[in-house]
Design a protein around this ligand. Structure first.
Ligand code: ADP
Ligand code: MG
Length: 698
């Protein structure tokens, strides 16, 4: 391993490089742009571009690209080389400020329903100077936002940046009331990434893994994760070599890769970075996912980022640790030491509580993907009901505030705002509930619903915007009041009273909780992606995003359609893959094995007519019945998939049709085939089994 501090950030055009390579004045103007979102003059951009190009070519780059995050959820790039011809038939390497700041791209191949007319298919990418440029595979990558010419966001980054601006504005208003001198508020994110690593040779034999990233068939192996012997277990040499290379490449790109370990299921692992500013954390997580896949290939492994690659063992999530801090280095979700800090903390905490309660459906639908539908509520990940875990101590403090009682008997002096000097929270006591969708873990919230493949931007847009909205409401109420402490107290008590239904410290996997949550507390329980997405453009949600200037109503309608359509496409691919595997692989295999059994029965009986053929006859009979079920289910699935064509652009209708009519057939087909797998002889089974896949990396 090379010297880590030396390689860290070596492929990033970071602050140190800028300082060293840019003229002082250019550096100052660029820093100001980064800190305050000020406009960057073209003459300044030219100087920056040239320095970037020199640095990049010295580090082996020949091309540049505007690196962006369209609605597909993966990153996109179009490479241009730096070459520029000269009169004497040679080339020089050139890169202009214009090319740095803005790029044009044909937007028609990216999802953008309702946002562009076909004659106006151009989109443009705009440099996000708050995220550093970096070199990947010989290309200088410039993190950019992707918009239509009308200014509508076509990507995940633009709304995220808008939401960061919204929370900055609202939070500063609130902080001012406390005499806090911060001039910028950001949110921070540390996304823990789970993934599976399997051997390439088994992957290549499974069309379902190749087309869908998950297995659509597969009987349970004799050993799954029941022995708990994988979690935090020692890492196999091949996996360790992969992890080491991954760390090294991530460090070069300035990604703060910190923790790596084995996860609960066999072949499952996790990587967690140190948290950073939200939009950078999102960029870094996209890079991490990309590098995981590419580096795995070099090791003859395949990295699966699907939320549920295998039934019966844990799926993979992406825990989104989120907090709010100031440019003066204060974490606003840290309870702090003094009564003033404590009061400020309680108010921010209340803002999060209210935001989560009021926009629980938005948080749920931010994580709604076909893959995550298999994971949420499967007793391995939080349920589809959003609730918050605060821990007993903090909950008691809120109770005592609400009821005007003294929380700590020793603490007799009640401040007028009703906030005691909070006890120091031992962090451990708040970090034990693994079943909560959104857990307070001492100085941040851990949102555990996102699935492994999700672009984290989407959940943070919701968290940032919802909290921004509530903070703005709080500021409206508190600004200019005569008696600040009294008004603050009233606001805190009212917020707790009105929104405490969202707080739940018990076991989120328990069925009794779902009953209580929905029947007693009235929390929403949107079980599947279509159910959740149907609420995307509810009036209250449109009001939230338009008032905070994060999305226009058109953008929201477009995004909702894009996601419904994506659900339909993914599910259709899964259905077609199942049909193909059943018709071309499983049913023929079942039939072939049945033939062997029948031939055996005939030949046994030809020798001894009364001979016992119990095994052959009963297996043949069961297998024939499973074959019939599989065959008729496939036939019905084909008809249903055909029916989908008639729904054309009505994505919502198609999504519910899939959920209600096609998924149940997929389930029956799988059941029949999985049972057949358990009774067919191994050599007849056409694809690697769960056992062979999950334990493929020796
Ligand atoms: P676990 O949930 O497995 O116990 P850790 O407690 O080690 O994990 O950390 C989880 C993640 O939370 C890490 O990525 C860490 O950097 C991140 N984190 C810590 N503090 C903050 C914060 N203030 N804002 C955002 N993320 C944070
Ligand atoms: Mg965690």
């Amino acid at each position: 391993m090379k010297n880590v501090p030396e390689i860290f950030g070596s492929l990033v055009f970071n602050d140190a490089v800028m300082k060293a390579r840019l003229p002082k004045e250019t550096y100052r103007l660029l820093r100001r742009t980064m800190a305050e979102g000020k406009h960057l003059d073209l003459s300044v951009a030219n100087v920056v571009a040239n320095a970037m190009k020199d640095w990049a070519t010295e580090n082996g780059a020949t091309h540049f690209t505007h690196w962006f995050q369209p609605m597909t959820g993966v990153t996109a790039e179009k490479h241009d080389s730096f070459i520029s011809p000269t009169d004497d038939g040679r080339v020089i390497m050139e890169f202009s400020g214009k090319e740095l700041v803005r790029g044009e791209t044909d937007a028609s191949s990216f999802p953008s329903i309702g946002l562009r007319s076909t004659f106006e298919a151009r989109g443009y990418t705009a440099w996000d100077p708050t995220s550093y440029a970096f070199i990947k595979d010989g290309t200088l990558c410039i993190p950019t936002a992707f918009c239509s010419y009308g200014g509508e966001a076509l990507d995940k980054k633009t709304p995220l940046l808008r939401s960061m601006e919204a929370i900055n504005k609202s939070a500063l208003r609130v902080l001012k009331l406390f005499g806090n001198e911060a001039t910028r508020v950001i949110t921070t994110v540390g996304p823990e990434q789970e993934y599976f690593l399997i051997d390439k040779s088994v992957y290549e034999k499974r069309p379902d893994l190749i087309y869908c990233g998950r297995t659509l068939f597969g009987a349970k192996p004799p050993k799954g994760q029941e022995l708990d012997d994988h979690y935090f277990g020692s890492i196999k040499p091949r996996v360790a070599a992969f992890m080491q290379e991954l760390d090294e490449e991530l460090w070069k790109l300035g990604v703060l890769a910190k923790t790596k370990h084995n996860e609960g299921a066999p072949a499952q692992h996790e990587l967690a970075p140190i948290f950073t500013t939200t939009n950078i954390a999102c960029d870094h997580n996209q890079l991490t996912m990309e590098l995981m896949k590419n580096i795995a290939k070099k090791h003859d492994l395949v990295c699966l980022l699907h939320e549920k690659p295998f039934a019966g063992v844990n799926g993979s999530g992406k825990h989104n640790n989120w907090s709010i801090s100031t440019n003066t280095g204060v974490n606003l979700l840290d309870p702090g030491e003094t009564p003033r800090d404590n009061a400020q903390f309680i108010l921010f905490l209340c803002a999060v509580i209210k935001a989560v309660d009021e926009y629980q459906d938005m948080l749920r639908l931010a994580v709604a993907t076909p893959g995550n539908d298999h994971r949420l509520g499967a007793a391995e990940a939080p349920p589809a009901v959003v609730s918050m875990f605060l821990g007993d101590e903090l909950t008691e403090i809120l109770d005592s505030l609400e009821n005007g009682t003294v929380y700590d008997a020793k603490e007799q002096v009640l401040m007028r705002i009703g906030v005691h000097v909070l006890p120091k929270f031992p962090k451990d006591t708040t970090d034990r509930n693994r079943t909560s969708p959104l857990a307070f873990t001492g100085n941040k919230f851990e949102f555990r619903m996102p699935g492994a493949s999700l672009a984290v931007a989407s959940v943070n847009v919701v968290l940032n915007t919802a909290v921004a909205k509530v903070l703005a409401e709080f500021a409206d109420e508190l600004e200019g009041v005569e008696d600040f402490e009294k008004s603050l107290h009233t606001l805190i008590v009212r917020t707790i009273r009105e929104h405490k239904r969202i707080i739940f410290n018990g076991n989120g996997y328990d069925d009794a909780w779902i009953k209580e949550a929905t029947e007693v507390r009235g929390l929403s329980n949107l079980q599947t992606t279509p159910d959740a997405l149907a609420h995307y453009t509810d009036k209250k949600n449109v009001e939230l995003f338009t008032s905070m200037k994060v999305f226009s109503e058109t953008e929201m309608r477009s995004r909702c359609d894009i996601r419904m359509e994506n659900y339909c496409k993914v599910m259709k691919i899964e259905a077609l893959t199942m049909i193909e595997m059943a018709e071309k692989q499983f049913i023929p295999a079942m039939s072939e094995y049945s033939k062997l059994l029948s031939d055996t029965i005939i030949s046994k009986k030809s020798v001894i007519s009364e001979i016992d053929c119990l095994f052959e006859e009963s297996t043949l009979s069961r297998l024939s019945s499973l074959t019939s079920t599989a065959y008729s289910t496939v036939k019905e699935m084909k008809v249903r998939v055909e029916e989908l064509q008639t729904m054309k652009k009505d994505f919502e209708k198609a999504a519910f049709f899939i959920k209600d009519k096609i998924i149940p057939l997929m389930t029956s087909l799988r059941e029949a085939v999985d049972e057949a797998e358990t009774i067919c002889a191994s050599k007849y089974w056409p694809v690697p089994t769960y056992g062979e896949i999950l334990f493929s990396v020796k």
